[in-house]
Design a binder for this molecule. Structure first.
Ligand SMILES: *Cc1c(COP(=O)(O)O)cnc(C)c1O
Ligand SMILES: [Zn+2]
Length: 463
């Protein structure tokens, strides 16, 4: 009899399955991406999402305290004794009226899903707890990733907190922010800095993992995406199980949007939600492969028969123009998103759109989010900047209910924030060098002599 949980090729016309313990993360037949799949008929699925509220009463059990594993009935690939948690997923979905006014939504219609509260400060922990659980199930002793920073921070913290695996991280040279690099180093991951960008690092980590049998935790790993489904479960929970009209997420390697699409498709299939929300993916203009392919060249999922030649042609054009991904939103500075086919499937299922937003608008949105009380990193703010544009285009109406995912914490990348608010020419030159000439919402430090009367006067005139 077939196993209850297994891996399956995402291409419906292939549909090959592979063992749950397989760690190649490629379809054995066609080389395509894999899903974690379940025989739901043989699993105890709750009849209503309200069931999960009762888990709160049982918070002394670490599995019910976890914002991922309390939904384990909806990602049932691991026996309870194998599950790893370090308390991930204690996040907020906060009504944000000040930001709603900025983007043009009515009061009470915008919610910010703040993933900065995770143990390593980004949403990546939702997926990492699931991947590390799977790694443990397969007996792996070393786990590796290439990273723009947050995946490595997350891997490092899980390895050090559990002492179960040795973490090995590949970063491109000079691209990683100090906040994130400091986490990898502090949590004692082996840190390999290669000359090249993220796309180069990702290619190399895949080669090295094959050769050395390292367990790969990049988002090509379908178990990570299982854990990230919980972000949407928590959103629904915070909205009292009402499905919002829109969910907006920044797009880098397109793992999150793929995971969200799978979550909603499964919930609908299980009869746990009456409809799915629409999805919007926001690229930065300097790393907009998904936008170009989906919106400009009409690439679609097409039942799994998507036009690979459109992708190949576009990437070849990037290469021949020697165009590297380039944005201040470093967490989405990716030109070759590994989950592109899964993201196409998610947008097909959830009637999605893609937009690309310039860095200056991303940073302005970030300042507004901060002024509204949530500190996020630049990539996260792409979601709100994209929402603003979609409202201006009238794709989203002011009365729609919208959830923007804030993927990572402000303190991941304080340099950019200080540069934004600074008057110091050397600091703000950093932004100017990357094409951000003007910032709209800088909160400048006020220069005052060391003199009480002058200080009092400054306070009185600025408040
Ligand atoms: C990884 C990351 C992203 C990109 O997510 P994908 O799933 O790769 O599209 C966005 N924001 C932050 C803060 C991240 O760490
Ligand atoms: Zn296949």
């Amino acid at each position: 009899m077939r196993a209850i949980a297994f891996q399956r090729c995402i291409n419906p016309s292939c549909g090959a399955t592979t063992d749950l313990a397989d760690t190649t993360f490629r379809c054995p037949c066609c080389g395509g991406l894999l899903d974690v799949a379940y025989d739901w008929n043989r699993l105890p699925v709750p009849s209503s999402l309200k069931h999960f509220e009762s888990k709160w009463a049982n918070r002394a059990n670490p599995l019910d305290f976890s914002g991922v594993w309390r939904f384990r009935a909806l990602l049932p690939f691991a026996p309870e004794e194998a599950i790893i948690t370090i308390g991930e997923g204690q996040t907020l979905c906060q009504r944000a009226d000040a930001v709603a006014a900025f983007v043009g939504l009515n009061a009470g219609r915008l919610f910010l899903q703040y993933e900065g509260l995770n143990p390593s400060g980004s949403f990546k922990d939702n997926g990492m707890c699931a991947a590390i659980t799977h790694a443990r199930m397969t007996g792996a002793r070393r786990a590796a990733c290439a990273s723009t920073g947050n995946t490595s921070a997350s891997l490092a913290i899980y390895c050090s907190a559990t002492q179960l695996l040795r973490g090995i991280i590949f970063v491109g040279s000079g691209k990683i922010s100090y906040g994130k690099l400091s986490q990898a180093l502090e949590h004692s991951a082996l840190t390999i800095q290669i000359q090249g960008d993220f796309d180069d690092a990702l290619r190399r980590v895949q080669e090295a993992s094959r050769q050395l049998g390292l367990y790969l935790v990049n988002s090509v790993n379908p178990f990570r995406l299982e854990g990230q489904k919980a972000i949407m479960f928590r959103v629904l929970e915070a909205l009292r199980w009402e499905v919002p009209d829109w969910v907006i997420v920044p797009g880098g390697n397109l793992g999150n949007v793929s995971s969200f699409g799978k979550a909603f498709a499964e919930l609908a299939e299980l009869g746990l939600i009456p409809r799915v929300p629409r999805l919007a993916v926001i690229n930065a203009t300097g790393a907009d492969t998904f936008y170009q392919l989906y919106e400009k060249r009409g690439l679609r999922w097409n039942g799994g028969q998507f036009d690979q030649s459109k992708i190949d042609d576009y990437l070849a054009e990037l290469d021949s123009a020697n165009r590297k991904a380039d944005t201040l939103a470093s967490a989405i500075e990716i030109n070759r998103p590994v989950n592109l086919p899964k993201a196409l499937r998610a947008l097909d299922r959830c009637n999605g759109v893609v937009r690309a937003i310039p860095d200056s608008e991303i940073l302005d949105a970030k300042a507004k989010i901060g002024a509204g009380g949530l500190g996020c990193e630049p990539a996260s703010a792409a979601s709100v900047a994209g929402l603003r544009q979609l409202v201006q285009e009238k794709v989203i109406s002011p009365s729609d209910s919208v959830v923007c995912v804030l993927t990572g914490h402000l303190l991941k990348d304080p340099d950019e924030t200080v540069a934004y608010h600074s008057t110091d020419p050397a600091t703000s030159a950093k932004l100017a060098a990357r094409g951000v000439k003007q910032v709209a919402f800088a909160n400048r430090a006020v220069q005052v002599p060391n003199d009480l009367a002058a200080i009092v006067q400054a306070i009185e005139s600025y408040t």
